[in-house]
Design a protein around this ligand. Structure first.
Ligand code: GDP
Ligand code: MN
Length: 448
């Protein structure tokens, strides 16, 4: 889950991370009023959307830039009028852009230097990592591509946390002067504590600025939360802005489905994240593009399957649907009934390919047959015989001790690679899942 900049700054302030004074406004009157309260100073007006690159963005009405500095409450009102209710397009929003419903009106910082600073979860080491650069304010991806030596990486041992010597080292590497080397570590520690306290997967401050008066401030902030930990933070869950999210994903989350919208046109409905990844990989392998990731899980009800199916059918981009179910805990007849119920309420206008295997498969196939639905039954997904020969060897490799899984991300990659080369997909996916579960307990220390 993401939040807006103004919300991120509220969280940072709780951990003594210095930001600028200001508040969010949804109307022109509010924007003007906040500007008056801030007093006779330079004021910055910033469009609030869940995407970066606002500074260099462009509104559909032709107005350039989602970040502007003004001097008087009247001027603040004028610039807010050009932003509120308008679509802002940035390099992160895609051409469709995002509707601006709110603007942040804040004290403008007198910037001397802009720095990039982020705490994120490094999937490769399964530990927090600080990424920083003296080249702040600009796109960090561009810095990484052009001058990788300017990216500083400081891994954090999760049990020990950010050590004072690490904070001092970072301050030096980032070129803080000796007078600032005192304040900077306090700010770094505040950012790290925020990251841990809210179960973030990323806290990114770009830019972190040094002002002409040598203050160190977080001028922009982007947070990413681990959705699986949201139940521990009701105050964060309350910050959710559904208007910023993919409507397909909003609908799916209402029904407890693991759904991620993608840009392709082949919808897939699968049970189990590993099998879902492998299915998407098969689609890509054969030159298709998946329209979504959808894991209906092991314990989905008929209603959930029906809702899942409705989301797939309602998606205008979808040109075909592939259902790939391996019935373990999930029963094939439940899936079949869900599909039939969905097809009753929403007209099925695209080809539907269904592959069912496992528990209650005969009953499931029977139900589909009797329903009279025009669907294509598939018994295998086109694995080539040549792959079968390589398969046993692969199974040996993953069973050997050389094969370790240190992160979800890596697991996904392994499964993709394996998915390409093996026919015994389901067995491997299940084996990997088991292996990952065990790995949680057997993992070697990261910094051993
Ligand atoms: P982003 O473009 O969406 O990442 O939005 P930012 O909040 O990072 O703002 C973009 C740029 O606008 C920053 O890199 C700064 O150069 C500038 N900017 C942001 N806030 C202020 C401010 O308070 N005063 C001044 N003078 N410039 C600012
Ligand atoms: Mn920024």
């Amino acid at each position: 889950m993401n939040i807006h900049e103004y919300q991120a700054k509220e969280l940072l302030q709780k951990f003594d991370v210095a930001t600028t004074r200001g508040r969010v406004a949804a109307t022109l009157d509010e924007a003007e009023q906040i500007a008056r309260e801030l007093g006779d100073i330079d004021i910055v007006v910033k469009a609030q959307i869940h995407a970066g690159g606002r500074g260099k963005g462009k509104f559909n009405n032709g107005f350039k830039g989602g970040v502007h500095v003004r001097k008087t409450p009247d001027e603040v009102r004028d610039v807010a009028a050009k932003m509120l209710g308008q679509i802002l397009v940035t390099h992160q929003t895609g051409p469709a852009g995002r509707l601006v419903n709110k603007v942040l009106v804040a004290e403008s910082a007198d910037i001397a230097r802009e720095i990039y600073f982020a705490v994120l979860l490094d999937r490769a080491t399964a530990a927090p990592l600080i990424v920083a650069s003296t080249e702040g304010g600009v796109e960090i991806e561009a810095v990484a591509a052009k001058s990788p030596e300017k990216i500083i990486r400081e891994p954090i041992e999760p049990l020990a946390g950010l050590q004072p010597y690490q904070a001092r080292k970072l301050a030096k590497q980032l070129g803080f002067e000796s007078s600032q080397v005192k304040n900077a570590p306090k700010l770094f520690e505040g950012l790290y504590r925020t990251f841990i306290a809210y179960d973030c997967s990323m806290v990114e401050v770009n830019p972190l600025v040094i002002t002409k008066k040598s203050e160190v401030l977080a001028l922009d902030a982007k947070f990413n939360f681990d959705d699986n930990a949201l139940y521990r933070h009701p105050e964060i869950a309350a910050m959710r802005d559904r208007a910023e999210e993919d409507p397909r994903e909003v609908e799916a989350s209402k029904h407890g489905l693991n759904y991620i919208g993608l840009d392709g046109n082949i919808a897939c409905l699968v049970n189990g994240a590993g099998l879902a990844m492998a299915t998407m990989d098969i689609i890509k392998f054969y030159g298709g593009e998946p329209a979504n990731f959808l894991d209906v899980g092991g314990g989905a009800t008929e209603e959930q399957v029906t809702e899942a199916f409705k989301i797939l059918i309602a998606d205008k981009k979808v040109k075909a649907i592939l259902v790939n179910i391996f019935g373990g805990i999930m029963k094939c007849d439940v899936i079949a009934q869900g599909i039939i119920d969905a097809a009753k309420t929403v007209k099925l206008s695209v080809p539907l390919v269904v592959r069912l295997e496992g528990t209650n498969v005969e009953r499931g196939k029977q139900l589909l047959k009797e329903s009279g639905l025009a669907l294509i039954a598939a018994d295998d997904l086109g694995f080539e015989p040549a792959w079968r020969d390589r398969s046993p060897q692969l199974v040996d490799v993953i069973r050997s001790d050389r094969f370790r899984i240190v992160s979800e991300h890596q697991r996904a990659r392994e499964i993709q690679t394996l998915g390409r080369a093996t026919c015994d997909l389901v067995e491997i996916v299940l084996f990997l899942q088991q292996r990952v579960r065990r790995d949680v307990f057997e993992r070697e220390p990261v910094f051993a």
